[in-house]
Every structure is written in structure tokens, then in C-alpha cells.
Design a protein around this ligand. Sequence first.
Ligand code: NAD
Length: 482
Amino acid sequence: MVETFENFVNGRWVPSRGAAMLEDENPARRGSRLGLFQSSTPEDVQDAIGAADEAFRAWRRTTVAERQRHVAEFLRQLEASRDELARIVTLENGKTLRESRAEVESALVEGRYHLHQVSAFYGHTGPGAWRDITTWVQYQPLGVVGVISPWNFPMNVMCRKTLPALLTGNTVVFKPASFTPWSGVFMAGLVERAGLPAGVFNCVTGSGSLVGAPLVQDPRVRAVSFTGSTEVGRTIQAQVAATLTRTQLELGGKNALIVMNDADLGEAVEAAVTAGFSNAGQWCTSTSRILLQRGIAASFLEALTARCRRMVVGDGLDAATDMGPVAGPGQYQDVCAAIRQAQADGARLAAGGEAPDAGAPPGYFIRPTVLTDVSPGMAVFREEIFGPVLAVSEFGTLEEALDLANNSAYGLSSSIFTNTLSAARAYIDGIEAGLAHVNVHTGYKEPSMPFGGIKQSGAGLPENSQTGLEFFVDRKAVYVRA
Ligand code: NAD
């Protein structure tokens, strides 16, 4: 018997006004059904926005301390449910249980950071230019905000957006990705258990076109925090042009790892494996291009491909698994097509490329793949593949490496491995990316640091850090003569 899940609107669990349902599949087991979720309609979205709009009247007047108490209770619920939630993330996303636990842990760390940070957040005062004038900047909540999340971090991205929005006094309508509705609905259950007032947080499952688009375009929605592909990010930016709705867009990447001749090769290979193949290469900050200085290229590749061959690919629930499946059938076909296209374009397959380990369950498995002899004209160099595929190119000087790394429409994350301070400095100054790592893999991040891309990897204020809260407030310049 497959369980059916409802939307969470105005503090109640409700079915969609339409009859259609969304099936959730475990990508490690083709054809499995984890649950049935509402394939909601634009009318359902309007109901949720209406509830959030109504709830905003009272929620905006709560004190910061009251909101902190609610969010602290939510985080307690999250912590108490961490094992159950990690299992759900693995079941519907495919990542290993170890990775799912790390995702929940990351949401807790970021949530606690924002919970405390908001106490010290509120504006600043100053003496006016005239003797009897005082000035201050007053931060005020926006109103209803739309949160739209991707499937690769189905619960962490939701928290990173929703908790700052609530702490600053906004109400939320959340749309989980259609591949991973269970994690989203589970999070809504935690909000319910935490006792937030009805309508302050609402969750509506369904497609991008029937739920995401109406949410973005509704004039009652004051801001949209979106994480997903650059293509959909562009669509959203165009859709909000009429209402000038504020957007925070965290988008795709084509992240480069540069390895210099003087690097610690063992560490650099581990960085490539961690950021290349964690979550089956489906982090937005996954390493996807490797740029090798010629002196170490052969030895680096030998070590990397040997490491790839040892990796166990299988069901994320199995403790022996190093890497799970990609997230679904569309993703599987796209990644396989990209590997075939790269070979047709002249790249050499140095590892992987083929389907699963013998005996693995029939899911969407792709082995860790390394393509060498990649040049900037090839699609595999330019396009985000979002799978366990590393495209390797070689260079002579650091200047050439930076030219290669920056030869991309994207600018999310990056990394260099070197033991020369001047090379590290030149890379930090020259790399076109929102995240620059030295001797650290491309996926590393901390909550006190801004998280966001430049170029076509992002727009609007970054998540986390101070900007993670700033995105959700209006600034009012106040002048008082007294
Ligand atoms: P996606 O763009 O296909 O979907 C993201 C979300 O947008 C989903 O909930 C989807 O249903 C919704 N959506 C689709 N069309 C919409 C529309 N017209 N209006 C409003 N919403 C719509 O992305 P995905 O496949 O779920 O996730 C993978 C992508 O996300 C990759 O490109 C990855 O790099 C990116 N990503 C970026 C970050 C970051 O922080 N920069 C983090 C994680 C993932």
C-alpha cells in the first residue's frame, strides 16, 4: 500500500483541488513507488499565498525573540528526526545515508547560525547631520516569500532559505522539487510539530509549471528565493520583470579544480573524488572540470582513475556504497548522452562511462567517469552535466589555467591546489567565481560565509552570512527631529 501525502496550507493538511498525483520513485530501484503526492494546481498555490498573506499581519508584529523560540523548536524537532529524515532523503534522492546525514547536519549548523545571528542583525543608528536629528535604518519584513528548492539538497536548501525568512518576520510558501516531495512534506510536518501559527509556513507540492510559475508571478509574493538550474533561473527573472519582485537565484555551475605541479597530489586527488563524486556529482558546487599542470598530469590521472575503479556504486542505504545513483531517469539519460557526446567530440574515456557494478540493483547508476583530452570547444567543457563526470584538460602556466577556468558562462565555485603563496594569491584575484578555495575542495562552505555564484551562476544577494538575512528585509531610512 503506497501512502498518500497532502499539502500543508494554513496549518492544515489538505488535498489539491485537482485530482492529479505525483509519484515519488527511489532512483536505486527503477519503477518503485515511495509515495503519492499532490500534483497541485495554480488554485492551490493561490490558497497558500492567501493564507501566508493573512498570517503575515500578525507574524510581522511578533518579536524577534518569539520567532527565535519557534525556530529553535523547529531545529529541536529536526534534530530529533535526523535519522528518519536522512533515510527519506536517501530513498528519494539516491545519495548515500552518510551523505544524507551530512545534509541534515549542515541544515542544523546553518539554522543555529541564523537563529543566533538575527539577534545582532537589526540595522544601525547614527547621529544626524544636524544637532537635533537622529537617524536609523529600520529593517522590516517583506511579506509573503516564495521558496523553490531543487532535488539535490531537498531539505538543506529549504532550511537555508526558510529559516532566515521566518526569523526576519516573513511568511513562506514553499515548493519542493518534484523529484523529492517527501523530504519537503516531512519538513512541513516538523514546522507543524514546532507549533508555528497557521499560515506562517505553507508547503505545496507539484510541477514547476503549475506550482512554481504561479507562485513566482503572484503580485502578493514580495520575494522569491530559488535554487535550481540557470535555465529556470532565467525564466523566473523574466517572469518577475512585471512586478519587480525581489529574487535570490542560486543556479548552476561548471566548477574547475586547478592542480599545480607543486601541489600535494594525494590531497588533490581526494578533493577531486570528494567534490566530483559525492551525491553522484550532483552538488551545484561539484568539481566538474579538472585543469592539470603538465608536469603532474600523468601521475594525477593514474591515481584518480585507480581511485575511481575502487569506488563501490550502489544503493545509498547499503553501508558499503561509496556513490549512489543519479536522481532519476531524465538525469540518467542526460548524463549518459553527455558522456557519449564528449567521446564523439574527441575526449578520451579514462574511467567509468559504463553502467552499474555487476549485481547492483537496477537503478539509475553511472560509474565515476573521467574524460581526458578535453578542449574548451567541447560541450563537456562548457555545459553543466550534473552527474559523476570529470572533464580533464591540461595547461602550462597559471595564466593559462585561469583563462581555461574563466572560459565559462558560469561562476559558482572553484579551487586550486598549490603550495606557492603567490600562485594562490594570483588565483584568488583572477578566478571568476563566488567561491575560491585554496587546497580545499570546491564543495566546502561555512554558514558565516556568503554562498552564491557570479556570472550565470547566480543573481541577487547570496545565501548564508549576513546577506542570507538581508535578502528578506526592506530597509527604511528614518530621520527623527526631537
Ligand atoms: P530545476 O531548475 O529544474 O528545478 C528547480 C526547482 O524549480 C524545482 O522545484 C522545479 O520544480 C522548479 N521550477 C521548474 N520550472 C519552474 C518555473 N518555470 N517557475 C518556477 N519554478 C520552476 O533544477 P533541479 O534539476 O531541481 O536542480 C539542479 C540544478 O540546481 C542544477 O543546475 C544545480 O547546479 C542547481 N543548484 C544550484 C545550487 C546553488 O546554490 N547555486 C544548489 C543546488 C542546486
